[in-house]
Design a protein around this ligand. Sequence first.
Ligand code: DCP
Ligand code: MG
Length: 366
Amino acid sequence: EIESRHRLRGGWGGGGDREWGRGLPYDSALSQEALETLAEEAGFSGSEGRSLAFTRAASVLKALPGRLSTLEELGPLPGIGEHSRRVIQDVLEDGVCAEVERVKLSERYQTMKLFTKIFGVGVRTASRWYQEGLRTLVDLQERGTKLTRQQQAGLRHYDDLNTPVERGEAESISRAVQGAVQRCLPGTSVTLAGGFRRGKPHGHDVDLLLTHPEAGREAGLLSRVVSWLDSQDLILYQHSQENSYALQEGPEPPGGRDVMDRFERCFSIFRLEVQGGPGAARGWKAVRVDLVVAPISQFPFALLGWTGSRHFERELRRFASHERKMVLNSHALYDSRRNLFLPAVSEEEIFQHLGLEYVPPAQRNT
Ligand code: DCP
Ligand code: MG
């Protein structure tokens, strides 16, 4: 137990003051970037396993304490494979890795990157379009490519949605939603989760969790909130998904990249009034917002699951299953040895159940 705790702290605990690559030793940040490019490229090719291996290696670098100047310093670090080592070595010696530079210049990588940045377009669709010879956003429009309503919105607001959301903007949206829920169901709480809860200064979207202290009162809330926001001209696009989770079904295995949880949820694009920045001329900017409704009993699990980072979540769930024989997801924690659900009223309590020291959000960035 002590050993596994040590391992986890080694991976996560040390990185608190060097978040998101800022302030990292110069060459280590470059190696990270190189590995992240290869992870992305592997994902574009459908090689999830390879992609994960590169992501892990990049995370290990991120968590390293001091400056890295020779490969030997890495020692036999678990999580960094042969291929990743070669990449790091190239970057340390030459400042760049030829393989990574080739990837970055390739037409396929560039096109996949362009297309997958459209809201509603995943690797499969992007890949199909690439096979069909499509290369630009204009191609999509001019060649009459069939687009879903979501992708049409994604294309319409492409530039805005690929401009980072600032913390102030996220807070302003959070307040607007707060106002809406107070009208629809007083007492409902709105929590800013995702990267902003981890202290990041900007993000790609705004993740908001809604819950009500009285179990059951949250049912039907989301559609009323969305209708009200819509009536105020705050919503440019939305589609909602019903809650499809029932505890009686038993625990679900963690993983499943696409179905991360089954909460009632609204994927939306908000119309945010802005004074400055890219949207200043027209006075507004499109921002991706996810609204997620969690029943109070599942709220701590939802909060933990929606705070991220993705890598942290993956590692935490893996730890739960491998080291504790427990299934952790955004709804519950299930102890497979004892065949019971372990309830929690706070994130702290979930870490306790797992036999781990509490990791505050700001330290979940790796
Ligand atoms: N999440 C997850 N698995 C998914 C989707 C989300 O574990 N398939 C969790 C981890 C994320 C959090 O939900 O950190 C929010 O998802 P985002 O994609 O919004 O990620 P972040 O908020 O961390 O990053 P960004 O700043 O880019 O929005
Ligand atoms: Mg987010």
